[in-house]
Ligand binder design. Sequence first.
Ligand code: PEP
Length: 257
Amino acid sequence: MGRLPFFAGNWKMNKTVGEALDLVKGLKAAISGVIGVEGEVEVAVAPPFTALYAVRKEIEGSSIFLAAQNLYWEEKGAFTGEISPLMLKEVGCHYVIIGHSERRQFFGETDETVNRRIKAALAQGLKVIFCIGETLKEREGGKTFSVIERQMEGGLKGLDDREMGNMVIAYEPVWAIGTGKTATPEQAEEVHRFIRGKIEKLYSRGVSEEIRIQYGGSVTPENIKGLMNQPNIDGALMGGASLKAESFSKIVRFKEL
Ligand code: PEP
């Protein structure tokens, strides 16, 4: 069986509760019929923490999954401002995004802290969207593959084959995030192929063939088809395009474009 295409919307620090509900209602209506267990694609939304509960209520009974944008690895305690895996699970999250480049850039996350977060999420039964990607400077310095390799080895350290079954990788070149500069399908495919090859080396052929690798970085309804035509691109993690039901749903319905 092939890999089910997976589209996730990262709303970042956008949307009040009311706005989040409007968006998810619009999305639900616009994609009904194309998602679900028997459907053709999988969809998740990652609202800010404040809107998780309300959005969960709104998507109940639909096939849209709830995702969080981050977590802290402890279960509870004196960690002011943090949210635990247990809390996310309780509120209805199925996925959590970990290691987003904005977390790495602005909030000091490292491969080591990303790894701790991934392990804590998996231990609580959450599935993980693990983000990796190089900066423009790293790409121009010919370091793309070594950076990806370092992020993968660090982030996935200690995970076994079974745990890899609950992982999704999002390749997000930092220079393409929110900039309007998408990687070409060929540029993205080159890195996706490398990532899958690395998973095969670290785990097995079976694990590498099953794992889904999303592309992220200025994905739009205009460029999604070209990206999805690549053999190793299994969906997208979207920022800007996921903030409007129209563009989000067009991407989800890419086969009709
Ligand atoms: C992201 O932040 O994960 C992202 C890909 O953003 P955008 O689609 O806006 O580039």
